[in-house]
Design a protein around this ligand. Structure first.
Ligand SMILES: [Ca+2]
Length: 92
């Protein structure tokens, strides 16, 4: 019998599963997949007319390798930034 997974192991698996839901077989997110992820995972944000521009900018910033798509690690950096910002807000 295997040991129960720790909370961090479960979080990692959830993130991997989430990433693959949007990346599909390509194992990277193009701009369209990235926007779909934002729409579904952050439904309350980006309500302003700047929505599209913000997303394009976010995509550009996240695309560290500048290859026009987001790798698993690049999306991971973005999520880490989001978690850090959420953490900061909790301390205010
Ligand atoms: Ca990239």
């Amino acid at each position: 019998m295997s040991k129960p997974k720790t909370e961090l192991q479960q979080l990692a698996e959830q993130y991997i599963e989430l990433y693959h839901r949007y990346s599909g077989n390509s194992d990277s997110l193009d701009k369209q997949a990235f926007k779909k992820m934002l729409d579904e995972q952050f439904p309350d944000t980006d309500e302003s007319p700047l929505k599209k521009q913000k997303r394009d900018q976010l995509f550009k910033e996240a695309d560290i390798s500048k290859d026009g798509k987001l790798s698993f690690v690049e999306v991971g950096h973005l999520i880490a930034k989001f978690i850090a910002e959420t953490h900061d807000k909790l301390h205010k």
